[in-house]
Design a protein around this ligand. Sequence first.
Ligand code: ATP
Length: 234
Amino acid sequence: MTDPALALTDLRFAWPGRDGFALRCPDFALGQGETVLLLGESGSGKSTLLSLICGIVAAGPGQVRIGGTDLGALRAGARDRFRAEGIGVIFQQFNLLPYASVADNILLPLRFAPQRRARAAKGGCVMAEVQRLCAAIGLPDDIVTRPAGRLSVGQQQRVAVVRALIGQPPLIVADEPTSALDAATQDAFLALLFGQLRAAGAALLMVSHDERLAPRFDRTVHLRDIVTTPRVAA
Ligand SMILES: Nc1ncnc2c1ncn2[C@@H]1O[C@H](COP(=O)(O)OP(=O)(O)OP(=O)(O)O)[C@@H](O)[C@H]1O
């Protein structure tokens, strides 16, 4: 049996402070290549859960397994490298470096992930893969040398997707990547994203408020069904 792309077991976390928000996720798994839409009200803890998966905040007790590897069993440095190899992240605000070129932004996660870099360079040089992914997601050829801060919001969104997909990490985590787009642009963007995901065989966990996106995904999950939010620190 193949290990899931992501498995959370009895994961607990509390933001600091006497009345800090706390959450507990007893059991959640995402299969290899599976696409899941994670819905939930504002403030319910969706971004917190993604930050725990991506290691942006350190989890408390419980397990986060990526492709069968328990992150808690790795030392801090090894854990960070493992995450960089295994997870492509699309942030809500894209988190592009505005003065760096599009190419430098896209190549950034590969600095900490030699296996991912080697996969990206497989067809020749890594820049060829940057160009291929940019073209596949509808970005013009000459965009790679431009500073990321001078792009339209839609273009920045696509660059953020290419940065997450490069080197084919088996898991893509996305925090409301379509929130700034109108319905038609959103649809075209998702079609491109899903096309690339299928080509790479990657799994996707995507947070949104918008349940109209559900038909595109293999499964829709409501945060309240996988997470409890105790009043006091978990
Ligand atoms: N850095 C932080 N420090 C302390 N509390 C935080 C921090 N970030 C989020 N929280 C709290 O955690 C709770 C959940 O926030 P989170 O951003 O995870 O929700 P969300 O479901 O992603 O919301 P939205 O849909 O509005 O983005 C909120 O009560 C919020 O105030």
